[in-house]
Design a protein around this ligand. Structure first.
Ligand code: CA
Length: 224
């Protein structure tokens, strides 16, 4: 599970990140609203933990921008103590849950687990154009035609289908699929994307994986 923490108080941000890592999660940290929004737009996170008062754009702004782009990532908002107005504004903006600062670590972990669980239950099949991806079987289908994806192909397709029309950076794909420590480079991503394009053609899918130089990939349908 990969989590993004957006919090400008560096000590708090880093202690939350440490806590989550100790509990087996992968964590990235952003220290302002612009960076947080940019990271979150990559579509690679399973959960966002967002502070409200952030430089450049608030946690609410980040939330509503993501939601307006149909990014359904679960969002946990960290609000100031006892501020009911903030809490309501956060939920209105599209956050899933809020936690009041200061919180204890057990409470934070419980919220994180609950939100990740809920996410897991909600989505079993991703859909784009005339094609679906079954997350439990790794099978890509278009009508009656089906093809099974390899692990790497599946990981990449899942990221692209979660992002829909939004662009996903090649680096983001590389990190999410191969991890930080591997020797894989962006050529690996390109190779697997070419495998995916062949499999999409085999089942006569109308999905096109569009590559934009120096920006990455996004999906379109053949009609677009
Ligand atoms: Ca803050």
């Amino acid at each position: 599970m990969k989590i993004l923490v957006v919090e400008d108080e560096r000590r708090l941000a880093n202690s939350i990140a440490d806590l989550l890592r100790t509990n087996g999660m992968e964590v990235d940290v952003a220290y302002d609203g612009n960076a947080g929004y940019a990271y979150a737009s990559s579509g690679i996170y399973d959960l966002l933990i967002l502070d409200v008062m952030l430089p450049y754009q608030s946690g609410f702004e980040v939330t509503s921008r993501l939601r307006s782009e149909r990014n359904g990532v679960p969002i946990l908002i960290l609000t100031a103590k006892g501020d009911t107005a903030e809490r309501i504004a956060g939920l209105d903006a599209g956050a899933d849950y809020y936690l009041t600062k200061p919180f204890d670590t057990g409470e934070l972990l419980a919220c994180v687990r609950a939100l990740l669980r809920r996410q897991g239950e909600q989505v079993n099949v991703l859909e784009f154009g005339n094609t679906t991806l079954d997350l439990s079987t790794c099978i890509l289908s278009r009508g009656d035609e089906q093809v099974r994806l390899s692990t790497r192909e599946f990981d990449i397709m899942r990221i692209l289908m979660s992002a829909q029309h939004r662009n996903v950076a090649k680096e983001a794909v590389l990190t999410k699929v191969w991890g930080y420590d591997s020797n894989a480079d962006e050529n690996h991503v390109e190779v697997y994307v070419s495998f995916l394009r062949k499999k999409l053609a085999v089942i006569h899918s109308n999905i096109r994986i569009v590559a934009i130089r120096r920006q990455g990939y996004h999906l379109e349908t053949a009609e677009e």
